[in-house]
Design a protein around this ligand. Structure first.
Ligand code: CA2
Length: 151
């Protein structure tokens, strides 16, 4: 049987991970995060499509492309989570399970980071657990896909 495909999408400035603000985001780079996801995917026997963009429109297009292609979306929307109704609309329209990840604990930070539009489309949110949150999200998403396939 074909392995389920999980899209792992990353929003703006996450390409700068590991270069600045290690006290907030840790020392791992985005390449390290991709490796963490690749290793988790091998363990879980799923395929991943790992991407990052600084563009809101591109992120929206990537979410749309997941329809009829991927079985689930793990997304760190970064700042667009706090601002983008367009991204929320795309996540709702695609009708796939979504897990939102934030590396930092957005609830311990500035007030404007406490709300995310994306969370309305998310089955669950992982935040504040560092980059290991991505592996946890892939584990949870795989469980959800397998549960759905068993129905
Ligand atoms: O904690 C997270 O994962 C965030 O999604 C990261 C976003 C931030 O806007 C969210 O509120 C929480 C920021 C992306 C990374 O930005 C960096 C900026 C400088 C150096 C390293 C990363």
């Amino acid at each position: 049987m074909k392995r389920p495909l999980i899209a792992v999408l990353n929003g703006p400035n996450l390409n700068m991970l590991g270069m600045r603000q290690p006290e907030v985001y840790g020392r791992a780079t985005l390449d390290d995060v991709e490796q963490i996801c690749i290793q988790a995917a091998e363990r879980l026997d799923v395929a991943i499509d790992f991407r990052q963009t600084n563009g809101e429109g591109e992120l929206v297009s990537w979410v749309q492309e997941c329809r009829n292609r991927a079985q689930g979306i793990v997304i760190n929307p970064a700042a667009y989570g706090h601002t983008s109704i367009a991204l929320l609309d795309a996540l709702l329209a695609v009708e796939l399970p979504v897990i939102e990840v934030h590396i930092s604990n957005i609830h311990r930070r500035e007030e404007f980071r406490h709300h995310t539009y994306c969370s309305r489309a998310a089955a669950g949110i992982i935040c504040g657990l560092g980059v290991r949150g991505y592996a946890m999200a892939l584990q949870a998403m795989t469980d959800m896909i397998l549960d759905e396939n068993d129905r």
